[in-house]
Design a protein around this ligand. Structure first.
Ligand code: SF4
Length: 159
């Protein structure tokens, strides 16, 4: 699907799932938010379902930064890669999978077909994410699960 097709789907969507940090929620790993004026403009007149997969799975604010190890989100979901804290190496795969499931459950509950997600997050990145110390092409764990379920995922940086 092209960027234009994704944006057209977003324009027509009555209800949109959105990374909560883009709405100004201070739920990022560093305790900050990433409030976005372009995102807010794109959501005017729509129902919004905010989700933060990581805090939804019980990870705190602030929390140690996490990256994916061995592959991006789809590989994590397939059991061939994992999520781990950058500094300590502590495994966070289960929390990331659980957070993705919570986001998908929210999407299904509210009939969501389109999501606007924070780019490069190991959970929410739609086109790039952190794997093994670098930003690579690929999705975060939540973006991958939503995509597999048929949702259209739009990057905040496309708006
Ligand atoms: S990018 Fe996703 S997981 Fe990270 S703070 Fe934002 S909503 Fe939460």
């Amino acid at each position: 699907m092209t960027r234009e097709e994704r944006l057209a789907a977003l324009r027509e969507a009555p209800v949109v799932l959105v990374s909560a940090c883009l709405l100004g929620e201070a739920c990022r790993y560093d305790g900050k938010s990433k409030g976005s004026s372009p995102v807010m403009r794109a959501l005017e007149g729509k129902e919004v379902v905010p989700v933060c997969p990581e805090t939804g799975a019980g990870l705190g604010i602030p929390r140690p930064a996490v990256e994916l190890k061995g592959g991006a989100g789809a590989e994590v979901l397939a059991g061939r890669a994992r999520a781990a804290e950058v500094e300590s190496g502590k495994d966070r795969t289960e929390a990331f999978r659980q957070g993705a499931e919570l986001a998908l459950a929210a999407a299904r509950r509210f009939g969501v077909r389109v999501a606007v997600l924070k780019e490069r997050s190991p959970s929410c990145g739609t086109q790039g994410t952190h794997v093994d110390g670098a930003v690579v092409r690929g999705q975060g764990v939540t973006a991958a699960l939503l995509s597999q379920a048929g949702l259209i995922v739009v990057s905040d940086e496309e708006l």
